[in-house]
Design a protein around this ligand. Sequence first.
Ligand SMILES: [Zn+2]
Length: 232
Amino acid sequence: MEKTLAAEKPLQVVEAETASSAHDKPLCGPVEPVADRPNRAEAEEAVRTLIKWAGDDPDREGLLDTPGRVVRSYEEFYDGYEADPKAILARTFEETDGYDEIVLLRSIRFESHCEHHMAPIIGRVHVAYLPRRRVVGISKLARLVEIYAKRLQIQEKFTAQVANTIEDVLEPRGVAVVVEAAHHCMTTRGIHKPGAVMVTSRMLGAFRDDASTRREFLAMIGNPATDGTAFS
Ligand SMILES: [Zn+2]
C-alpha cells in the first residue's frame, strides 16, 4: 500500500499544560496517536524489513511468526501513551489523622526503552512525597511509574515526569524521585559497559529546600544500587 508521508508531526499532548508553574514541564500526556499511525500489517512488514536488514530470511520457518510477535511485544512495551498519568493520582484520601511525614515507595522495578536506540532501560525508582492533607493509594505511584516507563524515554525526562505529575496533582509539601537504571544501549552495544548504573533525581519543595528532609529520604532509600539485586 502506498502511504503518503505527511509532514512529520510531533507527538501532541491532549490536555493543554498551563504555563503557570516555574519548572519546565515535559509532555505528560495522554499522548495523541500520530496522524499516520500504521496498521498492524504495515508494522509487521516493517519488522520483516528489519529482519532482512539484519541479514536473515523472514520467510524461513523459524521467523515466520516473528513479526507478529514483535508487534504484540511493542503493544506491551509502549502501553503508556494513551494512559492519563494525572487521572491515576486523582483519587486521594484526606483522612490521614494528620500524617505529615515522608511517604516512600522504594525500589519500584521498571522496564523502559531509550528513545535513541529503542534498547531496554531496566532499573528501579524510589518515589517519595511529603503529604499536605491528601495521600494517594500507594499502588498508584507504581502505576504512574509504569505509564511513563512504557513510552520511549530518556531517564532524565522520565524522572522529571514522575516527580512533576505528583507535584501537580497532589500538591504535596515536597516530592523526591530517584531513578537508577542500566541502559542496554551502553551495556550490550556501543561502549559495552555492563554494570554501569545511571542515577538521576528530582527533588521538589521540602526535599529541595530542606537539607534534613533530603537526608532523611536518602537514608530511607539506602544505597540500593550496590546490593547486587538492582536489575536482575
Ligand atoms: Zn540509547
